[in-house]
Write a new protein. Sequence first.
Length: 144
Amino acid sequence: MNPSLELLNVKVWQNTLGLLPVPLFGQNDSKRYILLNGSQGNFCLDTTNTISQDLEQSRIFAWSSNVGHYVTLTRETVEVQRWDSPRFNVEKYSLASVYNNLEKFHEFLQSTTPNQEMSVITHSIRFFRKLRATLGNEFDGAQT
């Protein structure tokens, strides 16, 4: 079997790891997914088979989706970015090594989840609290 072709099929990830694939940008996007596992081990999977020219954008997609990693499949490698890592910090693995150790690869992603204190959820709550404190008690949300 060709690991490159196998890993491009989101059903391989779904069936092997028990993950739920959700299109990252709606039903019309059949190349980028969020693979959901529950509270841990969720990640973005990009099967466009191209190297992202905008590494910052990949990190933003992962952060705003509240998942730890953005995983890109290229012709030769599996590239992994954490949203809390420096922009050009991309870990690369061979397609064959990931394909042959898919469960261990997923365990690795689970074990290297970014600090949730910097997550999009925590950021939103913190922002809401600051806004609420700035507006004061006389603003109850009914004003427009």
